[in-house]
Ligand binder design. Structure first.
Ligand code: NAP
Length: 299
């Protein structure tokens, strides 16, 4: 392997330590404890694991964690009543509803119900619009985490060619906006892109967020490029029967011989998502209380 390994796990740990410092200062100087409320509707096993990880890390950095586990048949009216209550609660600075929600609930309506100032997932149309307009809002956690890794890795992003594969509202679009904000020349590729490999080869920064295991091959990558692998696919473990392992969208073994720097899966982008969620909650808390925002926790 010739590429530099971008250690998202270590970077996220440093970020959580920074968050914990700010939380301690908010408590000591202002008597304020940032609070994050997480809503889980139903008992999807993967979602339960994510929610438990969020709770654990929220508590570890000294913030208040409010978990609301609702039955799978919760009506929209009852879910909205809870969101309204959390919107009005001054001890709650961030609210997120873990997706997917059961089919009878509309994810867009759920996000729209959350006060944009507490939308720490950055998924509302208000926050997406603020990002697209270059104004201050709350930025979607995974793209924010990727930008932090890129800024740490590359001295100046200005003028670089960036290609983002994937155009979801959750990741691809906000990632492209963030890179544009850094003065990159940005291309968004997707399932209808012609000559995807050729488009990717132009990239100084290649960000893959598709969900197709090892799709990005070595000959898609410009020598020396920085490669950020967001994709996660769970596959049967080749050596351990009955076990699974995670694969990214990038053929790590081959691409790491060509790229200048690369994130692994797991241990790359994944840990940054919760770290950025905690950072966004501190940011939202400072804004709600008219306090100066800590540096380095958002863009
Ligand atoms: P998504 O909504 O399914 O979007 C996938 C995107 O990939 C779409 O824009 C789709 O294009 C594009 N695509 C599909 N097949 C393609 C192909 N053959 N060539 C080029 N583009 C193709 O997924 P998402 O929510 O953005 O997530 C993407 C991946 O990132 C998933 O594996 C997800 O698990 C992972 N993820 C990880 C984290 C983390 O914390 N690490 C967070 C978020 C997401 P069309 O629009 O044309 O259909």
């Amino acid at each position: 392997m010739s590429a530099t390994l971008i250690d998202g796990k270590a970077f996220a740990a440093t970020m959580r330590a920074q968050v914990a410092e700010h939380v301690a200062r908010l408590k000591a100087d202002h008597g304020i404890t940032p609070g994050l409320a997480v809503i889980l509707v139903g008992a999807d096993p993967a979602s339960e694991v994510y929610v438990a990880a969020k709770h654990k890390q929220t508590v570890e950095v000294g913030m208040a964690s409010f978990e609301h586990k609702l039955p799978a048949d919760t009506s929209e009216a009852d879910l909205f009543a809870l969101i309204d209550q959390l919107n009005a609660d001054p001890s709650v600075h961030g609210i997120l509803c873990q997706f997917p929600v059961p089919d009878h609930l509309d994810e867009r309506a759920v996000v729209a119900r959350i006060d944009p100032a507490k939308d720490v997932d950055g998924l509302s149309v208000v926050n997406a619009g603020l990002l697209a307009s270059g104004e201050t809002g709350l930025v979607s956690c995974t793209p924010l985490g990727c930008l932090m890794l890129l800024r740490d890795q590359i001295d100046s992003l200005s003028g670089l060619e960036a290609v983002v594969i994937g155009r979801s509202n959750l990741f691809g679009k906000p990632m492209a906006q963030l890179l544009l904000g850094e003065n990159c020349t940005v291309t968004i590729a997707h399932s209808r892109t012609r000559d995807l490999a050729g488009v990717c080869r132009r990239a100084d920064i290649l960000v893959a967020a598709v969900g197709r295991a090892e799709m990005v091959q070595a000959d898609w990558v410009k020598p020396g490029a920085t490669v950020i692998d967001v994709g996660i696919t769970r596959v049967p473990h080749p050596e351990k029967p009955g076990k699974t392992k995670l694969l990214g969208d990038v053929d790590f073994a081959q691409v790491s011989e060509v790229a200048g720097a690369i994130t692994p899966v797991p241990g790359g982008v994944g840990p940054m998502t919760i770290a950025c969620l905690l950072a966004n909650t501190v940011t939202a808390c400072c804004r709600a209380n008219g306090l100066t925002e800590p540096e380095g926790l958002t863009v």
